[in-house]
Design a protein around this ligand. Structure first.
Ligand SMILES: *Cc1c(COP(=O)(O)O)cnc(C)c1O
Length: 399
């Protein structure tokens, strides 16, 4: 049985994967079992922002794996402190709590925000509310999908936890209207990724910061996908010069090889946790800490944030200059671009299949948007190589 058929036999059909079987990948290039090469312009939803198999990450990983890997937080290591120290330096926050996946870090943020609300705002027991945005994506746990506005994420998975209020994304006034005495936090993606790389109006985050300050409400940003250089700044919120109270990170933090996530926050917020109130067996283990620390060093020393800004403008310009009658919108920041196609003419998935055929890995989201988010290490020549193929596919669609 071939790999795809075998997967389909033994795996739940919770993904509609593209028909390609990958065998190897290095940097921005991936190779399938037939030996065909592809330019990876998806980078595993930004988890591979450093490129596949980064030599420094692989070296650190191998060294650490053979010395000390999984310890559980029942004990201390020499690695967790330095990793989180660097993380708080880069984010400008005070403390961090390590987890593994993005969803776990989101759950950590929810717990922190609620407990902060009960302890400092004296919100009545079990009444804390968190304001979230329509079309949000924060992961797949039952609590998180419970406040999704996408029915396919929720259908058949209830009952869901209460305590969340949905408001339109990009509308700061709607957030202020939704705030009550029970509101402990506003939790938002600074740019909505899964919704189709939706960039909010200029000033949105600054307004949210002011509103949250006015009402003594926490501003928590989910930068699992937008963080760590993806948008051309270390964090997307830096485009508006604000500081959140809590910041959720993941994906690229694992250097493309391991799940590493964290909830980073102010001392006041992080102080709500005491022994027994939260945990995760693998969270913050020695291997994770070593890889996370090395990933941060690579982003900094290889100037990947600056590269993302520079190459991002180049990619955005080239995608905007494309001649095609199926493109409705091209938007994004840094090396994170969404191309919205006209759903009346073509599905994003069929464009995605054609790109795959042409040697470019991308992924559609919500049926109408193609995402281009290559590793931040991509060169201008590699973008040119990809753009030649992308232009061909979009030009063909004209007829
Ligand atoms: C991917 C993502 C998550 C969930 O991360 P997992 O590692 O898949 O649990 C949460 N928030 C945002 C914004 C994401 O893009």
């Amino acid at each position: 049985m071939d790999s795809i058929a075998l997967e389909k036999t033994v795996t739940a059909a919770n993904y509609d994967s593209l028909p390609i079987v990958l065998k190897e990948a290095k940097g921005v290039w991936a190779t399938d079992i037939q030996g065909r090469r592809y330019l990876d312009m998806m980078s595993a939803y930004s988890a591979v922002s450093l490129g596949h198999g980064h030599p420094r990450i692989l070296k650190a990983m191998a060294e650490q794996a053979s010395r000390l890997a999984v310890t559980s937080r029942a004990y201390h290591t020499e690695l967790l402190g330095p990793f989180l120290e660097r993380l708080v330096e880069i984010t400008g926050l005070d403390m961090a709590l390590p987890m593994n996946t993005g969803a776990e870090a989101v759950e950590t943020a929810i717990k922190a925000a609620r407990r902060w609300g009960y302890q400092t705002k004296r919100i009545a027991k079990d009444c804390a509310e968190i304001i979230v945005a329509e079309n949000n994506f924060h992961g797949r746990t039952t609590t998180i999908v419970g406040f999704s506005s996408d029915e396919s994420y929720r259908e058949g998975f209830g009952p869901f936890a209460g305590g969340f209020k949905l408001v339109p994304f990009g509308d700061a006034a709607a957030v202020e209207t939704a705030i009550t005495g029970n509101t402990c936090a506003v939790m938002i993606e600074p740019i909505q990724g899964e919704a189709g790389i939706v960039v909010p109006p200029e000033g949105y985050l600054r307004e949210l910061r002011a509103i949250c300050d006015r009402h003594n409400v926490l501003l928590i940003l989910d930068e699992v996908q937008s963080g760590l250089g993806r948008t051309g700044r270390w964090f997307a919120h830096q485009h508006e010069d604000i500081r959140p109270d809590g910041l959720i990170l993941g994906k690229a933090l694992g250097g493309g090889v391991y799940p590493v996530s964290a909830f980073v926050g102010t001392r006041e917020l992080m102080n709500v946790f005491d022994p027994g109130s939260h945990g995760s067996t693998f969270g913050g283990n020695a291997l994770a800490a070593r890889i996370g620390l090395e990933a941060l060093a690579v982003i900094e020393e290889e100037h990947l944030v600056e590269r993302s800004a520079e190459m991002g403008w180049y990619l955005l310009d080239r995608l905007r200059a494309m001649r095609s009658n199926i493109v409705k919108d091209v938007r994004g920041r840094g090396l994170w671009v969404g191309v919205e196609v006209d759903a009346n003419v073509v599905s994003a998935r069929s464009v995605c299949d054609a790109l795959l055929e042409g040697g470019v890995l991308s992924k559609d989201t919500h049926g109408t948007v193609l995402r281009f988010a290559p590793p931040l290490t991509i060169t201008r020549e590699e973008i040119d190589w990809g753009m030649e193929r992308i232009e061909r596919v979009f030009a063909r669609a004209i007829h």
